[in-house]
Ligand binder design. Sequence first.
Ligand code: EPZ
Length: 420
Amino acid sequence: MEKIIVKGGNKLQGEVDISIAKNSVLPIIVATILNPRKITIKKVPLLEDVLVLVNLLRELECSVEFSDITGDLIIDTSNLKEIEPSNDLIKRMRASFLIVGPMLARFGRCKISMPGGCNIGSRPVDLHLKGFKKLGVDIESGHGYINTKTEGLKGGRVYLDFPSVGATENLMMAAVCAEGVTIIENAAEEPEIWDLARFLNSMGAKVEGAGYGRITITGVKELKETESFTPIYDRIEAGTFIVAAAITKSKITINGVNEEHLMPCIEKLTEVGVKFKIDGEKMLVDGTEDRFPVDIKTLPYPGFPTDMQPQMMALLSLTNGVSIITETVFENRFMHVGELVRMGANIKIDGRIAIVEGVKQLTGCEVKATDLRAGAAMILAGLVANGETIISEIHHIDRGYTRIEDKFNSLGANVHRIKI
Ligand code: EPZ
């Protein structure tokens, strides 16, 4: 088992390079199932979640080569077999449920185990299934499995009760080669949706309106050869390092930002007192000024991202005054509150609302990463805590950040991984 030890007190300086977005790469890897050809996805970060999908594709007899030097992921799904993916791979990562749309497009069938919930919520897939039914899919479920089959995917109109990222992605992929036109109303608008559409269209699909509430997909007979594809930068990793500069009252440069994708974070952190200078993909972050408490409500994009909520809570725990954080996307995304309170934070929870009263100092102690972004928040709190913060369950962190300790140490932090 491994732990991360953070010694608090160092200021940060210098530059950090942001990786390609986990939440863009994962659906794009799955989308290669739609196109029985060799495709290269570039600059893919070596994340646990990426490795889960690589193993899943290999289990389905696709060929996958990965160079962890260049980050080139070369996938060839020509030999894809209609094999039921193993439970443990599906259970390990919810995003593996995204294979249903592409498998239906390739074989007209897909039997898969229900993805489990996780620490942040039950994470049902009812919106995915409701949408598939509108595209001519028959669905049976029972004994922990979902059985989907279709005589042929037909375009249809789908209204999503909630702009679910995963449901939008699954339905987009199912629709690209369906007969006729599919319209997804109240679709997710996250940048990663736009990026998946960009990838699908690079293979000859006809997806319009991605990134806005209504997406129109005109089915095509088949997809074509595409050159290599480079997904967008990870706006949540970038946001995590912006908070690192703010919490340590430092100035750093972040390479690999998209100002539009980061707009919700930039707006909110500007209210906190952080100063930004952006030049193309380079962002200078100045967190040295006084900080102010702010109220945050997480919402689907372009609202404030739920994936930045734990990191902001760490920052606001040390910001003089009272901040109110409302988590509207997941029903249980306050697991990190108990860990921050162990470090001396003053946070009270009332349902989906956390009331954060800033304290002068946090103290380092043993804490755990309760989910991916909560783990990042523990590192951020440890950067300024008095003494050492020892973080366990760090496999959560490795799912979404590549060697996070190296990136923090390159900025002058004192973060080490130990095997125990
Ligand atoms: C994606 O998860 C991201 N994961 C999550 O990032 C992110 O937090 C989330 O979108 C919201 O932005 C990936 O892209 C791999 P949803 P996803 O479907 O698709 C409910 C991270 O830290 N819902 O938009 O699973 C669901 O329960 C991870 O990188 C239904 O009720 O999110 C949740 O409350 C964490 N029925 C809400 O919608 C459904 O059929 C948002 O879920 C589907 C979802």
